[in-house]
Design a protein around this ligand. Structure first.
Ligand code: NAD
Length: 421
């Protein structure tokens, strides 16, 4: 059996497929085929027991042709240069699909955060920020939360970064991160933004297909930021959550699970396992639950040659980045399961991060109606651009159509700017 492609090989094959179909200008293709910059840092931190541990962190900057580099930071034992490279590349496509003036980057630390105390996590985060130095900056490269990072971690990055720049620059450097606590200049609505964007995409799709969401059932993989918010916002439509899973286990209830109650339980216990108003089920039973909609919102590589045949759903909206590999895509297409891709569905996070960055630069604080209204407008136009491109390319799949939208925009910018010197 051929070895499984790495995450970066997956993003490269998706890119190649869309670029061939367009076809993309060959020079632009050469440029976009490689990330611009890759930074790997090794940095020591003194742990609570007095011993030193050396950590490895990454920041990959794929493209800033549309605007400053933008992308999350992930703390996970599997983080490596290949994964970060792939996630950075997806960010470039995502910001281009969303039509915001930002580029693509991603970073992270290879670490299992549950093994460290809050005090240690603070020191690891601060020392990582210091090690990155000028590789990040408020108008250059702006990190945000991703898996196992949150507003608190963004606050530590902000504080460390502003403490290392000259005093006169400190007050105007707060937009070095987004997804900050509101008190430090974070945006209202950023916490739910990715889930909100997924649900806006579902609404737009449902309107096109005449689907009544109050009659739909759905399952969610991952009950962290993206998964729990998506589930809670689907509840507002009256849709029924039949099963959920995260790293602690899988649960199901054919009569429905209350998404808000489950979120409150997970906030206390750190996982869905043991939730008293559902039954524990196996991973296979979770995947084969019969439902209308599946929202993968955990990690990459979940819908594969092994798992795609098990799915019993009609439509998939990707909340996670890269949850479906190339075999997964092929099998879903053969089985007639429609899939709306990550670079369209989960763009809400980076769009509201862009809003946060704009508010900081303008010393403004928008209210939730303004944030949600502007997010909806951007999600709707991204959805329509991708849908119309899908139609104009002989009803190609949603993923390829989203790539074509992104690559056309990048191609236009390169053609207009030309290449220095
Ligand atoms: P999070 O850390 O808040 O939640 C991650 C969830 O995945 C947790 O519920 C965890 O238990 C679950 N999980 C981990 N390993 C699992 C496994 N093996 N099986 C099942 N579940 C597992 O992270 P998040 O911010 O919600 O990110 C989730 C996904 O969404 C990631 O792919 C991330 O890149 C993507 N994403 C996040 C944002 C954002 O704004 N946070 C934006 C766009 C995309």
């Amino acid at each position: 059996m051929a070895p499984k492609p790495s995450l970066y090989e997956i993003v490269t094959q998706q890119f190649t497929h869309a670029a061939d179909l367009m076809p993309l200008d060959p020079d632009v293709r050469k440029i976009l085929a490689k990330p611009m910059n890759e930074v790997t840092v090794a940095f020591p931190v003194k742990l609570d027991n007095g011993h030193i541990e050396v950590f490895t962190g990454y920041r990959v900057q794929h493209s800033n042709v549309l605007g400053p580099f933008k992308g999350g930071l992930r703390y996970h034992p599997h983080v490596d240069i290949d994964e970060v490279r792939a996630l950075a590349t997806w960010m470039t496509w995502k910001t281009a699909v969303a039509d915001i003036p930002m580029g693509g980057a991603k970073g992270g630390i290879q670490i299992d955060p549950v093994k460290y105390s809050m005090n240690e996590l603070e020191h690891i985060t601060r020392r990582f920020t210091f090690a990155l130095g000028n590789n990040i900056g408020p108008d250059y490269d702006i990190p945000a939360p991703d898996v196992n990072t949150n507003a608190q971690i963004m606050a530590w990055i902000l504080d460390t970064y502003v403490s290392t720049v000259p005093p006169a620059e400190r007050q105007r450097s707060f937009h070095v991160v987004t997804g900050k606590p509101i008190e430090l200049g974070g945006s209202i609505g950023r916490d739910k933004a990715t889930g909100q964007g997924v649900v806006y995409t579902i609404e737009l799709w449902a309107k096109d297909r005449n689907v009544d969401l109050s009659q739909t059932t759905y399952i969610v993989q991952g009950y962290g930021n993206v998964g729990s918010w998506t589930a809670r916002l689907m509840k507002l439509h009256g849709a029924k959550l039949l099963a959920a899973e995260d790293h602690t286990g899988s649960i199901g209830n054919p009569n429905g699970i209350d998404a808000d109650d489950l979120a409150a339980y997970v906030a206390k216990t750190r996982g869905v396992a043991g939730y008293p108003h559902a039954h524990p089920i196996t991973h296979e039973a979770f995947l084969s639950t019969q439902a209308d909609i599946f929202i993968p919102a955990a990690l990459q590589g979940q819908i594969t040659a092994e798992t795609a045949p098990l799915l019993n759903v009609r439509t998939i909206f990707e909340g996670a980045n890269g949850p479906t590999d190339l075999d997964g895509d092929r099998i879903l297409a053969e089985r007639g399961i429609e899939l709306l891709p990550d670079i369209l569905c989960n763009g809400g996070g980076v769009i509201v991060s862009y809003f946060e960055w704009l508010q900081n630069k303008r010393s403004e604080a928008w209210d939730l109606d303004e944030v949600d209204g502007k997010l909806h407008k951007r999600m709707a136009s991204a959805y329509e651009r991708v849908r119309d491109t899908k139609r104009s390319y002989g009803d190609t799949d949603w993923r390829t159509a989203a790539y074509i939208v992104a690559l056309r925009r990048l191609e236009r910018v390169y053609t207009e700017r030309g290449i220095f010197p």
